[in-house]
Design a protein around this ligand. Structure first.
Ligand code: ZN
Length: 336
């Protein structure tokens, strides 16, 4: 009986006046199909909103919402044997879950003409799905994201999808790219928490400490704990903003596991703090400015998304990056 989805990415694609754009969604939206559809419905878009979720590097689910009409595609019917989302797609399509013995190849189900009006016909989409057959020696795709990217290129939003996949899958991005990217949609929802973290950074600077601030927020964005760099104030080499906020959050919720919570910090964490994010089982890490010298979340190392650690938290870099960097530049400028 399927129990969990191992979602690699969930991406919403929408069209505004000047073209297609793509944003990363929290992977938890794929916990159930109806919730996924509900989130897509909330995103205004010309020509309909598209959701693409890649699960366990094995299959993808495509959903398109145009007005009241909903189209759904599952890239491989066999996934319904193991994954709740795939099973829910079959349920939605009123197709019975197949017998394992009847499955000898990848078989997409649902609306294969889901993107036909956008230039990707049924045959071509079926061909993309069938190349996700890992048992086949016939030039298979390496990864589900290749299939999704191929769809995106055909539909005319390849670059937007590539950026979204980079964010979702934690591909190493240059610090300049992190700092320079426009912050839109989903990422912008973390700006209020980042402002609270910036206030902590300001307080650290006033006390003579390098201005780094952090907060821990719950799913509703409520600040549960705050921390600021206190290395000088406490004479403690480990008194980084993140560790102080993580400890305070654990006290606030009365447990050491901080799953479901988000750490928001003004600067990309160091190796120690990145390790603490994993150790605390935080569900999400949001950082403002990248740290090209000592950052351990993509710049120099990538501790939190190392495949040997699990679970891997969602990582978002960039909200208010310019402001986060400016407080540091100002601090070091004044000291020189
Ligand atoms: Zn640190």
């Amino acid at each position: 009986m399927p129990e969990v989805n191992e979602t690699d990415f969930a991406i919403v694609v929408f069209r505004e006046d000047d073209g297609w754009d793509a944003d990363v969604l929290p992977v938890a939206v794929t916990d159930d199909l109806k919730g996924f559809i509900r989130v897509l419905r909330q995103q205004p878009s010309i020509a309909g909103t598209i959701g693409l979720a890649g699960i366990d590097d094995y299959f993808f689910v495509a959903v398109r919402v145009v007005g009241s009409q909903i189209s759904v595609l599952l890239s491989d019917i066999g996934a319904a044997l193991d994954y709740p989302l795939a099973e829910q797609v079959l349920d939605y399509l009123e197709i019975p879950v197949p017998d394992e013995d009847d499955l000898d190849q990848v078989l997409p189900v649902g609306d294969l003409s889901i993107f036909a009006d956008l230039g990707l016909d049924e045959m071509d989409l079926a061909a993309i799905c069938s190349r996700l057959d890992f048992d086949s020696d016939d030039d298979p795709w390496d990864h589900v994201e290749d299939a999704v990217e191929s769809i995106a290129v055909r539909l005319g939003f390849g670059p937007a999808m590539e950026r979204a996949l980079d964010t979702a899958l934690g591909a190493l991005r240059s610090p300049a790219a992190v700092a320079g990217e426009p912050v839109t949609g989903y990422e912008a929802t973390f700006e209020p928490a980042m402002r609270a973290a910036l206030a902590e950074a300001g307080a650290a600077a006033a006390a003579g400490d390098v201005p780094v601030g952090a907060v821990v927020v719950d799913g509703a964005g409520t600040v549960l704990a705050r921390g600021r760099n206190r290395r000088e104030a406490d004479g403690d080499p480990t008194a980084h903003a993140e560790l102080i906020a993580i400890r305070a959050a654990a006290r606030a919720v009365g447990r050491w596991r901080l799953d479901g919570l988000t750490l928001v910090v003004t600067l990309e964490p160091c190796t120690m703090c990145a390790g603490a994010v994993t150790t605390a089982r935080l569900s999400r890490l949001v950082f403002g400015a990248a740290d090209p010298r000592a950052g351990a979340v993509g710049s120099v190392w990538d501790v939190v998304r190392d495949q040997r650690t699990s679970p891997v938290p969602e990582v978002i870099g960039g909200p208010l990056a310019a402001e986060c960097r400016a407080v540091l530049t100002r601090f070091f400028g004044e000291r020189r």
